[in-house]
Every structure is written in structure tokens, then in C-alpha cells.
Design a protein around this ligand. Structure first.
Ligand code: NAD
Ligand code: MG
Length: 312
């Protein structure tokens, strides 16, 4: 079955109910069967078939981040965008980092943030370019008037069948965007973050269960887990908490822009215990929890949001 009008209707119904309504996680969203599709990297949420649920019409804030100031990388689409919407609904101002080609997606998220009466600061640029990544945190601080949440979420995932075809250039860029930049942004951020702040890094189920086609990507995700646990200990005495979120298969533009072999798309997420892919808004709640003071005793943790696949 391809994504049918029925599935589209089910997605629309799911989006009418907010995340706090008692519901069955198996059927909260349909087990989508995305048609085979391809977008040039980095892909746009706008062009996903079917569209993903970023919580635009469902995420309900409960005042957990009032007055907070967050920088989110990769905030234009997917998990980062759903997190940006959730943070704004919880009362936070948000600075958004994204690639210039993602401006159409970013504009839409900025409108949702501003509709909450919150400030959105647009900071487009390429994290693989040092001129952009150096000083990014400072520009966010200037735009927001401070900073107390850093979400290191941008990621590059290009599937390659054989190690023989994995180029030096791809290895270097994947490591740079996924993990090296995380060191640098975190280093810049600790100049500004007051006690009570949170750094939240996006890792992946790939850290534990690497796909044969994602050697470079999966290796960076394992490094992110280790970086998170080490930095959490270093910053604990300063009252800065560092944690990670490890998503499983989530329907985002990362997947049809060479993140998966195209023939795998219709089955995406069906092998999880819940039997379906996750939607970005289902992951956003994990970032809200880790950013909010309610998780004050949670440090160095990797919160798995993966539909039930066992992980260490
Ligand atoms: P996405 O494509 O919506 O988000 C990734 C974002 O990374 C892009 O929007 C882009 O803004 C940013 N990015 C990539 N290269 C960049 C560069 N050179 N400079 C600046 N920004 C750059 O997809 P997503 O799935 O929401 O990805 C968000 C994070 O979640 C990534 O770290 C990804 O590895 C991780 N993740 C995703 C899944 C999944 O199934 N979708 C699973 C596990 C982990
Ligand atoms: Mg994007």
C-alpha cells in the first residue's frame, strides 16, 4: 500500500489531537509507506510525501520553558523544527541555524514561533564552513539577549553501499558537521550559559545498531554519545546539564535525500516494535524534558525515542 488518501486523513486526524491526550502509541500515527522519492541534499520538509507532523497543529505547551533562550541547529525541518515549535509553545525564544537552501522551511517555522509571541532569530549558513560556525553561538546570544539552551541537532547522513566508495570528502564532512562542530559550538556556548542551562545533542539508534550503509554517520553518533557523557561530568559542577536524544526511524527530509537506499523508504520504521516510523513531534517532547528544570537530576543520559527497539 502506498501512502493513500486514507493515510493522509489519518495523519491529519492525529494532528488535531494534542500530545497530552491519552492515546494508543501504535495507532497515534499510521504506519506510513512513503513512496520512493528523492530530493537533493539536504531536502525540504515542504516536499516530503507524505508530509511529516512537526506538531504545528497539535503540540500544546504547558509553560515549561518560559523566558528561556535556545539555539537549535538544523531547526528548519524534521526533529529540529518540531523542537523549535515545541520550545516556542513552552515559552522560549529560539535562534535557528540551517543551510541557506532551507530558507522556505525555516520561514514556516519562524512564523509558528512568532505566532506564539516569541522571538525567532534566523541564522542561515553552512556548519562545514568555519567562517559560519565560529561565532554562531555569539550571534545567537546577541539576537536573543542571552542563551540557556543549546540543541546540537544538525546532521549529515548519506548512505553508501560499499566502503570502497566512501570518499575522504564524505568522511571528513560527516565528521565535521555531526561531531566536530558539536565540540566547537559547545565550547563557545559555555562562555555564556548560566547555571540551570542545558546542552542537548542529537545522536541516533545508529550509535548502537549501525546500518551497513552508514559507517561514517553511525560512527559520529557513537562519538556523540561518548562526548555527551564526558562533557556532562565536566559541566555538572557549573550547573550545566548535558544530555542526548537518540531517535529511531523518524520521517524527515534526511531520509529521502540519500539518507536511505531509496528502495527502503516504503518500509521505513516498520521493523520497530510499534511497527511504524515516528513523527518529528514525538521526538520534540524529549528535548523539552531535557531542557526543562524538571529534569534537574538527569545528566549524561541518552534518551532513546525509537519505537521500542532495545538499546543499551
Ligand atoms: P533534517 O534533514 O530535517 O535535519 C537535519 C538538518 O541538519 C537539516 O535541516 C540542516 O539544516 C542541518 N544540516 C545538515 N548539514 C548541515 C550543514 N553543513 N550546515 C548547517 N546545517 C546542516 O533531518 P532530521 O532527521 O530531523 O535530523 C536531525 C538530527 O536527527 C540529525 O542529527 C540526525 O542525524 C538525527 N537523527 C535522525 C533520525 C531520523 O530517522 N530522521 C534518526 C536518528 C537521528
Ligand atoms: Mg532541513
Amino acid at each position: 500500500m502506498n501512502t493513500s488518501p486514507d493515510q493522509g486523513a489519518a495523519m491529519a486526524r492525529a494532528a488535531q489531537v494534542d500530545q497530552l491526550v491519552f492515546q494508543d502509541p501504535v495507532s497515534r500515527y499510521p504506519a506510513i509507506e512513503p513512496p520512493r522519492q528523492h530530493q537533493p541534499e539536504p531536502g525540504l520538509d515542504r516536499d516530503l510525501q507524505p508530509r511529516a507532523d512537526l506538531g504545528e497543529h497539535s503540540y500544546r505547551g504547558t509553560g515549561r520553558l518560559i523566558g528561556r533562550k535556545a539555539l537549535i541547529t538544523g531547526a528548519d525541518s524534521g526533529i529540529g523544527a518540531a523542537t523549535a515549535i515545541a520550545f516556542a509553545r513552552e515559552g522560549a525564544d529560539v535562534a535557528l541555524s540551517y543551510l541557506p537552501s532551507e530558507e522556505p522551511d525555516a520561514r514556516r517555522i519562524i512564523e509558528f514561533i512568532e505566532a506564539e509571541g516569541r522571538t525567532a532569530v534566523a541564522l542561515p549558513g553552512d556548519l562545514s564552513e568555519d567562517d559560519y560556525s565560529a561565532g554562531l553561538v555569539t550571534r545567537a546570544v546577541e539576537g536573543l539577549g542571552g542563551l540557556d539552551i543549546l540543541v546540537n541537532n544538525a546532521g549529515k547522513q548519506i548512505a553508501i553501499e560499499s566502503l570502497a566508495d566512501l570518499t575522504d570528502e564524505q568522511i571528513a564532512t560527516t565528521f565535521k558537521v555531526n561531531i566536530e562542530v558539536m565540540f566547537r559550538l559547545s565550547r563557545e556556548a559555555i562562555r555564556y550559559l548560566p547555571a540551570g542551562s542545558s546542552i542537548i545533542n542529537t545522536t541516533s539508534i545508529q550509535a548502537y545498531k549501525p546500518s551497513a550503509t552508514l559507517l561514517d554517520y553511525a560512527s559520529t553518533k557513537a562519538a556523540i554519545n561518548t562526548f555527551t557523557k564526558g562533557l556532562a561530568q565536566q559541566l555538572a559542577p557549573r550547573g550545566i546539564r548535558v544530555n542526548a536524544v537518540a531517535p529511531g526511524p523518524i520521517w524527515t527530509p534526511l531520509q529521502p535525500s540519500d539518507g536511505q537506499p531509496i528502495e527502503h523508504l516504503p518500509e521505513f520504521g516498520h521493523n520497530t516494535p510499534l511497527g511504524r516510523a515516528g513523527q518529528p513531534t514525538e521526538v520534540a517532547a524529549a528535548y523539552v524534558f531535557l531542557a526543562s528544570p524538571e529534569s534537574s537530576y538527569v545528566l549524561g543520559e541518552t534518551l532513546n525515542v525509537n519505537g521500542g527497539t532495545p538499546s543499551p
